[in-house]
Write a protein that binds this ligand. Sequence first.
Ligand code: ADQ
Length: 469
Amino acid sequence: MSRLIAVSNRVADPSTGKTAGGLAIGLLAALRKQGGVWFGWGGKTCRGEPTDPTVTRRGKVSYATVDIDETEFEDYYNGYSNGCLWPLCHYMLNFFHYERRFGQAYQRVNALFARKLRPMLQADDVIWAHDYHLIPLAGELRKAGVENPIGFFLHVPFPNIDVLRTLPGHRRILEMLTRYDVIGFQTSSDVRSFIEGLARVGFLEARLGYDRFRACGREFTAAAFPIGIDVPGVMQMADRSVTSATVKRVEDGLVGRELVIGVDRLDYSKGLPERFRAFGELLTSYPDTRGRLVFMQIAPPTRSGVRAYQDIREELEQLAGNINGRFAEPDWAPIRYLNRGFSRSMLMGMFRVARIGLVTPLRDGMNLVAKEFIAAQDPDDPGALILSSLAGAAEELDAAVIVNPYDTEGVAEAIQRAANMPLGERQERYRTMMAQLQINDIGAWTDRFLGALEAVRAQSSSGTPTITA
Ligand code: ADQ
């Protein structure tokens, strides 16, 4: 079996295996099975050319991390990745801020990754790069003579060409993606946007089969690989932590009221101000919900180096204050806004005690919280999920209560509906969604992607028929 070389902006902590969420679980399982290397930025900046990677070996897996020069990092990470690509991919152009030097640093950091990774590669390795920080990586590795199969998975949405072309140099983004052998997206609509983008700029040369294409002189697979979760892992965590002191305190604090929960990174794409307003609207339009529901939003700050992230934090504090000021009673406050993170196991326990999960991003590649919320429920008395139609997860979880996150009254109505949903309906929706989560769990996701990457090796030696695009 080939070694797997996983590349991502951040690498899991080798001593604990910890990173944010489900991706690490899936990647680590594949790495442990096949043996390999997890390569990326180690979380530290330096001045000037970084030294060689720091390598920590744990069993069959090596964790290799590099430092990045501090100015380069600012332009590559805050400037280009999170100031240009993130808002662009989430269709939020009001947050888009471009400067040429951002794009140059982005290219150079990818070249640095390729330079430092190259000496670690062996002939049979398969390489799997993750997310929008690393679009140019395959091109840089190819320039250095690497011919191994290289796959790329985009965790965020791929924008329609009419939005993508806002970015100066967007043709280059499309071209750089064609340097990969397998390009994976969260949903079929992302795949369509990518292929349409290639066609519109004149790069698409041929369709070779259902998910095989040729563009910019290279053949590749482009397909949807919706990311899943570790279903039994989440169920166990929820089972165990529901009796923990922290979750018990949350439950006791409700004194019989019902919990509506939101858990997100503090990010403008997650639709948090809109969600707070919808909860305010609920209390205004459906007075019987006052004193009956408590909305707890957990949102630890991220990317605090980007101005927009500081602004949203202030906006949310104000909104929560206003709504609480308007509606609170001496023994009840409608919103609990917690600006901090919790361990995954605590979160799963809190999902278990919640009656409603509120997942209303304005745009999201997938949204694993929606999936985790379902898997954490008590099968006999499950809570209801309210899910944005603009999250990738809505393609699979269509048995949720689907809302448009911009429709304040619609979201308020959905909360009211979910709060009064009969047990039978909750169970039926839960069963439909769980069946889907179990079919496409995190193991199936890594197996499918790596299978597609292995197939490239076979396909490239046998040759395939051509259908003209
Ligand atoms: P994120 O934007 O980070 O991920 P999401 O998928 O919801 O979004 O969350 C990732 C993980 O972080 C989940 O496992 C969740 O439990 C955890 N998490 C979220 N908020 C937390 C909090 N407040 N405290 C502790 N943990 C928290 C990107 C894309 C998504 C895509 C994922 C995976 O933006 O669209 O689903 O990658 O591909």
